[in-house]
Design a binder for this molecule. Sequence first.
Ligand code: 3HC
Length: 720
Amino acid sequence: AMTNELKGKVNYTTKGNIAILEVDNPPVNPLSSGVRAGLSEYISKANEDDSIEGIILTGAGRSFIAGADISEFGQKPDGPDLHTALREIEFSKKPVLAAINGTALGGGLETALVCNYRMGTNKAIVGLPEVNLGLLPGAGGTQRLPRLIGPSQALKMMLSGTPISAKKALQQGVIDAISENSLIDDAIMFLQEKIGQSEHPKVRDKNEKLIEARGADNVLAEARALASKTRRGQFAPGQIIACVEAAINEDDFDVGMKKESEYFLECLINPQREAMIHIFFGERAASKISDIPKETPLHPIQKAGVVGSGTMGGGIAMNFANSGIPVLVLDQDEKNLERGMGVIDKNYQMMVERGRMTQEQKDIVMGLISPTLSYEDLADVDIVVEAVYENLELKQEIFRSLDEATNENAILASNTSGLDIDAIASVTNRPEKVVGTHFFSPANIMRLLEVVRGQESSDETMATVMSIGKRMKKASVVSLNAPGFIGNRMLYGYTYQANMLLLEGALPNQIDNALESFGMSMGPFRMMDLVGLDLGWRARKLGNIETPLTNKIADALCEQDRFGQKNSKGFYNYSEGSRAPNPAPENEDIYKEISDNNNIARREISDQEIIDRCILALVNEGAQILEEGVAQRSGDMDIVYINGYGFPIWRGGPMFYANQQGLDKVIEKMNNFSKLDEEFWKPAPLLQKLADESSVFGEAPTQNERATKLSFKKTNIGGV
Ligand code: 3HC
C-alpha cells in the first residue's frame, strides 16, 4: 500500500480507572484513516491496561463524529477499515460509553451504536443522513438502529436523513441519558456505576423490537410509501428498506450485517452516489467566493429590516426570525401591513398544527417580527432587504429613502429576480453596501438564494450576505449582475424548447411526463398552469407587445379564459378543489391551428427528444454563463437548479449531468438539433472548447481566458 500520511487522530488520556478516547479531526471529526487507526489502537491499549476499567469515547470541538470521511468515497482508503475498528469497540472487554458532545451523524452515530452506553449533552444531535448522499448507513446502522428504537422509527430516520435533538433521542431510546453539566464528569459517574456489572448491553443482542415486527408488513409498506413520495427516482431508499427487512427476518445479526455490506456497495457504485456527493461538496463550494479572502471581516448583523409585506417580504422576514434575527417589516400601506403580518402568523400556525414547531417556538419567532409604517424605525438596522414588486424606478425610490433613513454602515439588499443591481446601487451614497438577494417563492421554504454581486459590492458586503444565507440554512450561490442572473437565464431556453415542442406536435402531458420521468419535480406546463398563464398575456396586452411565437398558444388559451390552476383550466383541466392536472383534449384544436398558422408541421416526437432538448438548453446556456464568469463554477449552477427549479438531486444538476454524458456527446446531440434551429443550437464557445479537449465543466475561466466580456446591457436573453 502507499504510505500516505493518515488523516485525523484520536487523543488518549486517562482519569483514574477511565480511559478517554477523543476523536480529533477538525472541523467536524469525520472517521478518516487516522481516526480509524487511532480508535483501533487505543481500544486495544485501554483493554490491555489493567488499571483501566471503563472507556469513554468522545469528540474534540463542536462535533462528536460527522460520519465517514465523505471525500474518501470513490478513492482507495488508507488505514484500517471502519468495520474492523467498530468491531473492536463492540467486543471491548471493558465497557465503552459514547459521550456525544455535538453532532453524531452517519458513521458517527453508528460508532455510538457499537458502544455499550450513550450519553449526550442537551445540544447533541444524532442522525443517519447517508440517504442524502445516495448511500445507506453502512457501518451497522441499518441493523442496530432498528434493534434499539424499532424498525418503524429507524426507517423514518434513515429515509428522511433528518437528525433529531438529544431530547428526542432520549425519548426514542437512541441515547440513555442527557448530561446537563460537564459531559465528561457525568459520563465518568455513569460509567463508574456500571463497572461492577458482569455484562454490559450490546445493541446487536436486542431482538425484541424486530421479532415484534416480524410478519407485520405494514412497517415496510409504510416505508416504501414514504420513500416513493419523498425520494422519487432515488436508489438508496429501496436499499435501506431491504436492509431493515433483512434485520427483521434474519435471526443471525451477522447475516443482516453481510446484507447491509452488499447493499451498501451497490449504492457506492451507483452513479447517484457520485452525483449526490458532488452536490454535498458543491453546496459548500458555492458558499465561497473565489476572490474574497476567507478572513474578510463580517458586518455584524443584530437587527434586520424588510421593505414590503407581500408574499416575498413576509417569507424573507420569516427567514430572519427563524435564524434568531429581530426584523422590522415596513409597508407604507397600513392595510397591506396588517394583512402581511396576518399571513406570517398563519404560516407559522400551520407549522404548529403540523407538528413542525411548538407553540412556544412560534411565540418566539413571532416576537422577533415587528411591523412598521415608518422608515425612521429602520435607523438602527444592520441590513435591509427590499422586497417590493419588480419596478426599477420604485426600487430606486425606496433605496433613496433607505440610504437616508438607515445607519451608513447598513447593507441594502434588493430582492429582485432580474433588475440591474448597479442601477439600484447608483442612487445611493453607498454602492459598496448594495447587493442583490434573489429569494425564491415561498421564501421561507425554498432553499435557493442567489446573491447578486454588483460592480461595487464590497468584499465585506458579499461575505456578510453569504454568512446570513448560511444562518438562514439557504443554499447560497453568487451571481454577477447580469440579466436573469443564473437560474432564470437558464430557464429561458428550457421553457423556450418546451413551448417549441408543443408547437411541433408534442402535447403538454407528454412533455411534462417525459421531464418528470427524467426526475424534474414538475413539468413545464404544469408549472405554467400553477404560476398562471394570464400574467404574460396581460402584460403584453397592456404594453401592446406582439406575442412571441412560443407564447402564442398560452395567449390563445387565455383568450378562451383558460388562465391555469387559478380558474381550473389552462393547459390542463382541474376538478374543483384539486391540483391534479387532467389532460384537456379540447385544447388540441388550438394547438393544431397555431402550428398550422405558423407553418410548423406537427409530428410524432419521442420522449428522449423532449428530455434532450429541454435539458441541453439548460446546459448550453450554463456554459455561456460560466464563460462570462456570471457563475463562479459549474457546480454553482447545479446547486441553483436543484434547489430552485426542481432538478433531481440524484442527477447532480444539469452541468454535472452533461459532464457525465460526455461533452462530446452533448455537442453531437446539439448538432442534430441544429437542423431544427441553427441559431439556438450553436454550442457555446466554452462548451465546444471543453468538448474538443475531452474535458469537463469546472471553474469559470479567468478574466484573461474569457472570450466574451460581461456587461449587464450586452447580454440579451429575450423574454426574462
Ligand atoms: N467527511 C468529510 N468532510 C466533511 C464531512 C464528512 N463526513 N462533514 C463535513 N465535512 C467538511 C465539509 O466539507 C466542510 O469542509 P470545508 O470547510 O472545506 O468546506 C467542513 O467539513 C465543515 O462542514 P460544514 O461547512 O458542513 O459545517 P457545518 O458546521 O455547517 O455542519 C455538519 C457540520 C452538520 C457535520 C455537516 O458538515 C454535515 O452534515 N456533514 C455530513 C454528515 C454526513 O452526511 N455524514 C454521513 C457520512 S456517510 C457515512 O457516514 C457512511 C457510513 O454509514 C459508512
